[in-house]
Structures are given as C-alpha cells and as structure tokens.
Write a protein that binds this ligand. Structure first.
Ligand code: NDP
Length: 490
C-alpha cells in the first residue's frame, strides 16, 4: 500500500502534493475497522490557494487547442490503466468493494479519460440562419471556468472521473473535494494527473468535511460551477446556499424501480435483479430498490430471486477479490439497511433471503450484511419509498401494466428504472411512461459512457457521460455579425 502512505493527509494544490496543515481524521478499512490512514482537512488558506491556482491555470489551459488537452487526457487514461491493480487495492482498502469490482471501476475511469480526450478535439459551434441575409449568428462554445467537484464515497474513481474528464476536455480547471471517508482514490487520480503532464493548477484536490471544505467551494466567488454527486438533501442545501450565481449540476439520490411483466425471460430478469440490487452492496444511486412483478409470475420470480441472493458470496474484498459483495463503506448505510428491514417486517413484509450479518469471526469488526429479499411490500414501507443504499430489495405484485407504471412513478425521484419484458408493445408503453432519466430494458446496465446520464425531479439536474457531459462545462456565446453588402452587389 505504498501509494496510500504517500498520500496520507495530503492535498494537491498547484501541481504539488502538500501535507495539509489542519488536523486530520482517520480513514478506516470498512472490512476490518482498522485505521488505514489519515485525511487532512483543508484550511481556508489552502482552499484559497487551490482556487487561486485553478483560476491562474484557466487562461492557458482553456487557450490550448482541444488536441493538446486530448493528448493529456489520453496519457492520463494510459497511466491509470497501467496502474489499475494498485489503484483498485487502494480503493478496496478505503471503500470495501471487492478488488475485482474496484479494478473494473478503475478501468472505466481510464475509458472515460479516452472518451473525453476524443470529445476535446471535437468542440465545434454552429452558424444559425437569420431573418435577413446580411446577418450571421455564430454560436461558439467556451469553457465555464473553475469547477468545484464534490463527490461521494460509493464510486470514488468514476464519480471523480466523469467530472474531471468532462471539465478538462471543455477547457475548465477543477478543484475536487472527495468524500471524507474515501479520499485516497481521488488523491491517487490527482497524482496521475501530475504524471500525465497536466499543467500545475489545472487539477487540485482538497479533502476534509463536506460541510466545511465542500461548502467553502460552493460559496467561493472564484468557483464558476459546482458539479455535485451525493444525496438529494445535501444537493438541495448546496443549491440554496450558493452565495454567488453559479452553474450547478446535481446528480442526486434515486429510488429505482424494476418492472417484470408476464412475457419477460424470468431467468434473465432474476439475474439482472440480483446484479443491480446487490452490486457494491446496493450502494449505487441506480440500484434497484423495489421490484414490481406481474401476479401471474410473482411466486416463481420470488423463489428464483431468493435463491439468487442466497447464492452470493460476502467476504473481505481485499482477501477475496472475486467475492460478490464486500463490506459496506461505513456503519451509516448498514444501519439504514437494518432500519428499512425492521420497518418492512413490522408492516407485514415476508423475509425470503438474508436479513442478517454473515456469521463468522472474520465479519465481526466490518460493515457486512447478507443480500436480502423482502416480499409482499407496500408503499407504506420505507423500503419502497426511500433510497436504502444497502443490499436489500422489496418486491410487490401488480395486476395491470397501468398499475405497474403508477407504482413505479410514485416517488419524488427520477434517476433510473428497469423493465424486463418481451413484447414490443409492452416495452414501448413502459419506456414512454416511466418518468426517469434512464430506462433500461432487458438489461440492468443503465449507463454507458457514450450516452447522457442524469436524473429528473429530486434526482437532480444536469448530465454526465456522453457529449452532453462535456457541454455541461461550457457556455454558449452568440456572435451576431452584420455584413455590409459590397457596393458592386452580390
Ligand atoms: P452526501 O450528500 O452526504 O455527500 C456527498 C459529498 O458532499 C461528500 O463529498 C460530502 O462530504 C459533501 N458534502 C456534505 N455536506 C456538504 C455541504 N454542506 N456542502 C458541500 N459539500 C458537502 O452523500 P453520500 O456521500 O452519503 O453519498 C450517497 C448519496 O449519493 C446517495 O444518496 C446516492 O444516491 C448519491 N449518488 C448519486 C449518484 C448519481 O449519479 N445521481 C451517483 C452516486 C451516488 P463528506 O463526505 O466530507 O461529508
């Protein structure tokens, strides 16, 4: 773990990894409870220095041709890919997911670097017709400026990467504030940015409590945009508390439904449900929280889902890289999972699988929980109405497709939804009426880097991924030009 030791209590400011001057808090391995390092809490002077560095670097970075920025991003992608094993170990150490899964996330980060490298060389504008021929309206795209990126702990690499790469491709500079419990992955990415030759000040990383360090970025007049991923509660607070007008992208919580119709391939639906309910212990904004199944296939689905959940392995993700579930990232989501379970059972839900921590001395000090299935759930229960962020899913039957849609849309959230169905009419009906930013049909991989990803309603505003994920970091400028008609005529 040499990389983590070097980044212990560090901040990345103006191209240099410095020791934070403020007291640090401990970072724990969620599988064992051991302290694995310390994180610094950026002092106001250090935050000022990071913003000043990003502002100073903006002019030259944004002035580079897109191709030059693309080269840096390609180099960054190559370096991250080459060091994927060590970076994955580091992520597991602080976050708890199995190493194989962490490695997959690091490789996706590398892919994001290459995707946005290519977008950087394709920033074009357009010419818009006017109502008379002696005018041209030219629309150009210009980078917004300095970005404050505030990220959560569940995907410590990808959620940094989408912001970092979109912003850098556009020509912006960035200050990253990772979650307090997972600072090392973000610092390791920052270190790779230095190695990739990205100029000093373009990428800065400040760590510390969100309410202090994150809030300072939100309120700082030198930060032009906040790109935030996290809970709806904090997202709303950020939106309300900015003290100067700035652009905001808020990728917030979800409460994602899955609908399984009677025509669905039931085995495929169960496989999908198992993957998207329990991957990363359900600590995914697009995790399936609740499943609605046609009454005709309800019992068969439940029996298969319970068997699928019971078959999953839970283990320390560093020692068993191929485990299905590692430790949850902290006590907080584990407590919420237990609270939602108790609430549902007290209101009549049937526990079909899991429902407890795994047995064994090796689980004693970690935040582990068995994948859990609850049947006969209703919207009186927290499990069906609130985001749990844990390895638990509630299931309920439906009689008609209209009822399924009504139940699925009965939420203030609108991030992702899932459908398993065979009939084209069913698929068309459901995908049109589901009020979500993403609808995944016969797959549970709702996102791909090439296409925009974002929520609606209380799940947020703005997009990441795709070309749209870079345009979020750009202003449009309209240049309207009047030409004189040459005297000899046209
Ligand atoms: P939080 O909202 O608690 O924290 C997210 C980030 O915001 C952290 O870096 C946190 O810092 C920081 N923060 C906290 N308070 C403030 C503040 N007042 N001002 C500025 N920054 C602040 O979310 P979690 O970390 O608990 O992450 C889980 C949530 O993220 C879930 O609701 C999940 O759905 C959502 N999420 C959404 C995704 C999407 O794409 N829509 C993707 C992944 C997760 P610190 O850690 O130091 O407190």
């Amino acid at each position: 773990m040499s990389i983590q030791k070097r980044l212990d209590g560090r901040l990345l400011i103006n191209g240099v990894l410095i020791a934070a001057q403020n007291p640090s808090s401990a970072v724990h391995n969620p599988a064992t409870g051991e302290v694995v390092g310390m994180t610094g809490s950026a002092h106001p002077q250090e935050i000022e220095a990071a913003v000043a560095a990003a502002r100073a670097a903006f002019q030259s970075w944004s002035g580079l041709p897109g191709k030059a920025r693309a080269k840096c991003l390609h180099r960054l992608g190559d370096l991250i890919e080459a060091d994927a094993d060590a970076m994955a170990q580091l992520m597991t150490l602080e976050q708890g997911k199995p190493v194989n899964e962490a490695r997959g996330e690091i490789l996706k980060l590398a892919e994001t670097c290459h995707f946005y490298a290519e977008e950087a060389s394709r920033i074009h504008g357009e010419t818009v017709p006017n109502d008379s021929t002696d005018f041209d309206s030219i629309i150009v795209r210009e980078p917004i400026g300095v970005v404050g990126a505030i990220t959560p702990w569940n995907y410590p690499a990808e959620l940094v990467g989408w912001k970092l790469c979109g912003a850098l491709a556009a020509g912006c500079t960035i200050i990253i504030k990772p979650a307090e419990i997972t600072p090392f992955t973000a610092l390791a990415i920052g270190e790779k940015c230095i190695e990739a030759g990205i100029p000093a000040g373009v990428v800065n990383v400040v760590t510390g409590p969100g309410a202090v360090v994150g809030q300072a970025l939100v309120e700082h007049p030198g930060v032009d945009k906040i790109a935030f991923t996290g809970s709806s509660k904090v997202g709303l607070h950020i939106q309300k508390s900015a003290t100067t007008v700035k652009r905001m992208a808020l990728e917030l919580g979800g409460n994602c439904p899955m609908i399984v119709t009677r025509s669905a391939d039931l085995d495929a639906a169960v496989k999908g449900a198992v993957r998207r309910s329990y991957r990363n212990c359900g600590q995914i904004c697009i995790a399936i929280n609740r499943i609605y199944v046609d009454r005709q296939v309800y019992d068969e689905f439940l029996q298969k889902l319970a068997a699928g959940a019971e078959a999953l392995t839970v283990a320390n993700g560093l020692e068993f890289p191929a485990a299905d579930l590692g430790a949850m990232a902290s006590a907080e989501p584990l407590n919420k999972t237990q609270e939602h379970l108790a609430d549902a059972v007290s209101k009549g839900a049937r526990l079909l699988a899991g429902g407890a921590r795994p047995n064994g001395a090796e689980f004693k000090n970690g935040h582990f929980f068995r994948p859990t299935v609850l049947a006969d759930c209703t919207h009186e229960m927290l499990i069906m109405t609130e985001e749990t962020f844990g390895p638990i899913v509630g299931v309920a039957p439906f009689e008609t497709l209209q009822e399924a849609v009504q139940l699925a849309n009965d939420t203030p959230y609108g991030l992702a939804s899932y459908v398993y169905a065979k009939g084209a009419d069913e698929i068309r009906f459901l995908s049109r009426l589901l009020d979500y930013g993403n609808v995944a049909v016969n797959t549970v991989d709702a996102g791909i880097i090439n296409a925009p990803y974002g929520g609606r309603k209380q799940s947020g505003v703005g997009y990441e991924h795709g070309r749209e994920g870079m345009l979020e970091y750009m202003n449009f400028k309209h240049i309207r030009v009047r030409f004189d008609i040459p005297s000899e005529g046209v």
